[in-house]
Design a protein around this ligand. Structure first.
Ligand code: ZN
Length: 341
């Protein structure tokens, strides 16, 4: 069939459709005119008129009807996704998970939050659109190092370090001590909120090899409880003070032990430029770098270091992330100074 004939046929059908609608409306109008003035002018009749018109139209044009259903479905789905805790989603979840809920596999109050997935997709799409990779995404094949900060959290410097990390899409592990965790619970929360990790650096910063078993346990559990009370999170790794441990200490510690490969000597120099130079001269892929978030000079050094490391192709992550991206599982009873693939 030629395109002109198709066009003609389409026009003919459209004309018929308009004619039919006009006819039915006219007929209805005439019917109504015979009724009382008051009844025909009530809003009930105007609504009924609209519905009748749509039904008439839909019955005639099946394709339009299918399209209408499709659009309505999409709107329904979008609306249901817009509200994560909505009744519709709850209902839909219960409906689709009936079997697993009855078997106790799924919880009936558990609604999958897909907004995180949608957000991730939109971020990916946005960066792809401007031709850049998402700076928050870690490339496991590219070099990376872990920043670790001991002896905090501290009032001013920890916050400054967190800001620098966040501005450079970087993470770190903070090995916290007991007296500081009790004093600054809000800093512990800020560490977690910035996607960083909290490690245990004991309650009183004592040499664990000189303590009794009971004292070691107490030094560790105090920080664990303090951190979970403040953040609801658990400490994931331990750094014994002075990096000192022996077989007895190791048998008591409840998390993998993290030491370091690069010592920034920030406690000694207290000079940002010297800390920066020391790290840059020693750094290599998989290194764990030791710093202390209790000095302003260290915070300044971090601000200098992060862009420079990025220039050299390094990604800065927390210890657990370093292990994860290098495909290593941190094991209990082991001590790690660096993590190589
Ligand atoms: Zn320390």
């Amino acid at each position: 069939m030629s395109i002109n004939r198709l066009k003609k046929k389409f026009r003919r059908n459209a004309r018929r459709l308009v004619k039919r609608i006009n006819y039915s409306r006219k007929r209805r109008y005439n019917r109504r005119r015979n009724r009382s003035y008051k009844r025909t002018h009530s809003s009930e009749y105007r609504v009924a008129d609209g519905i009748y018109y749509i039904r008439e139209y839909l019955a005639y044009n099946k394709l339009f009807f299918a399209g209408f259903i499709l659009v309505a479905s999409v709107i329904c789905i979008l609306v249901s996704q817009a509200a994560p805790g909505s009744r519709f989603r709850q209902w839909y979840y219960t409906l689709t998970h009936k079997e697993t809920i009855n078997k106790g596999v799924a919880r009936d109050d558990e609604v999958k939050d897909i907004s995180a997935g949608v957000g991730k997709f939109l971020t990916m799409y946005r960066y792809r659109k401007i031709g850049e990779t998402n700076p928050e995404e870690i490339d496991p094949t590219a070099p990376m190092v872990a920043f670790t900060f001991d002896d905090g959290p501290a009032a001013h410097s920890t916050e400054r370090i967190l800001n620098a990390l966040s501005a450079n899409y970087s993470h770190a592990t903070f090995f916290v001590v007991g007296r500081q965790t009790e004093q600054f619970p809000e800093l512990l929360q800020a560490i977690i909120a910035n996607g960083c990790e909290i490690g245990n650096h004991t309650k009183d910063h004592k040499n664990l090899t000189e303590l009794s078993e009971g004292d070691i346990e107490q030094q560790i559990s105090f920080v664990n409880e303090s951190v979970s009370k403040a953040t609801g999170e658990v400490t994931t790794v331990i750094r014994p003070p002075y990096g000192a441990y022996d077989d007895k200490v190791m048998s008591i510690l409840d998390k993998p032990v993290i030491l370091w490969d690069v010592d920034s000597e920030d406690w000694d120099s207290r000079n940002a430029q010297m800390v920066c130079d020391k790290v840059l001269s020693d750094v290599k892929d998989g290194d764990i770098i030791l710093m202390h978030d209790i000095y302003d000079s260290t915070a300044e050094a971090v601000e200098l270091l992060l862009p420079k490391l990025k220039e050299q192709g390094y990604q800065v992550v927390s210890v657990s992330e370093l292990a994860q991206y290098k495909g290593k599982t941190l094991e209990l009873g082991k001590a790690y100074g660096k993590i190589e693939p």
